[in-house]
Design a binder for this molecule. Structure first.
Ligand code: SAM
Length: 235
């Protein structure tokens, strides 16, 4: 599946969702992470903070952060439909401090070096190829301030029977990828050791949690494993 096909797939998803959420309620792992940054790490999130949400969808996390903490939040997504839905909400509810832009995760991030306090990747970068992921990580490292934080929630391979079945029956172009038979997108699942090794080149993995959840399509729920990593830029 080419990059353009993936972009079209996601854009159609926001027009007629089977998988994504058009909800503006933030995901609880993201709100827990923000509390952890403030309370446990004693790192302020306030009007002076700059947040980046990559693959932001309709921008639910940016809207929450701007509303809750008064921070500036930049959200990038390559679905023009998702960004238009988010911008309509922002206008209707007069939300300030949120900047949603159509932009691919494979492009250079249009933000200054060392300018971002927190990056959020909530189930967004797992469809990248490995070379694209390496480029993205170098970009996140570049834009994050020294001591800035990165949140990642993504698919965990360890203990996920559905992932193993998908990998066996519908292998994708690279290690630990499958082409989803129904959704037609390529997804990567991560072993804990591979994830820690890859992200560990740039970030200290401060907290690593594993959870069970459900991926829904065609009105059915499939049990999946997820990893939730709280990371800090290495100096
Ligand atoms: C499962 S959704 C999650 C959306 C959002 N993070 C949230 O929690 O509501 C994945 C998102 O990643 C976006 N995405 C996937 N690949 C992307 C890419 N290469 N560039 C930009 N956005 C991408 C999709 O358009 C989609 O909005």
């Amino acid at each position: 599946m080419s990059r353009l096909d993936q972009q079209i797939f996601w854009d159609n998803e926001y027009k007629d969702p089977q998988l994504v959420t058009k909800s503006f309620i933030p995901q609880s792992d993201v709100t827990s992470f923000l509390s952890w940054v403030r309370r446990k790490q004693k790192y302020p999130i306030d009007v002076d903070a700059t947040i980046l949400d990559i693959g932001c969808g309709v921008g639910r996390h940016c809207i929450y952060i701007a509303d809750q903490y008064g921070a500036q939040c930049f959200g990038f997504d390559f679905s023009a439909t998702a960004i238009a839905l988010g911008n309509a909400y922002i206008q209707e509810h007069a939300v300030s401090g949120v900047h949603l832009t159509v932009q691919s995760l494979t492009d250079k991030i249009p933000l200054q070096d060392n300018s971002v306090d927190i990056v959020i990747d909530a189930m967004s970068s797992h469809s990248l190829l490995q070379s694209e992921r390496v480029f993205l990580l170098s970009e996140l490292y570049r834009v994050l301030k020294p001591g800035g934080f990165l949140f990642v929630r993504t698919f965990l391979k360890d203990g996920d029977a559905n992932a193993k079945e998908l990998l066996k029956r519908f292998p994708g172009p690279e290690k630990d990828t499958y082409k989803h038979p129904r959704l037609h997108v390529v997804e990567r699942v991560f072993e804990e050791k591979d994830f820690k090794q890859m992200y560990g080149n740039y970030f200290s993995v401060v907290s690593f949690d594993k959870k069970t959840g459900y991926q829904k399509w065609d009105n059915q729920s499939y049990k999946r494993r997820y990893l939730i990593a709280h990371m800090q830029k290495k100096s």
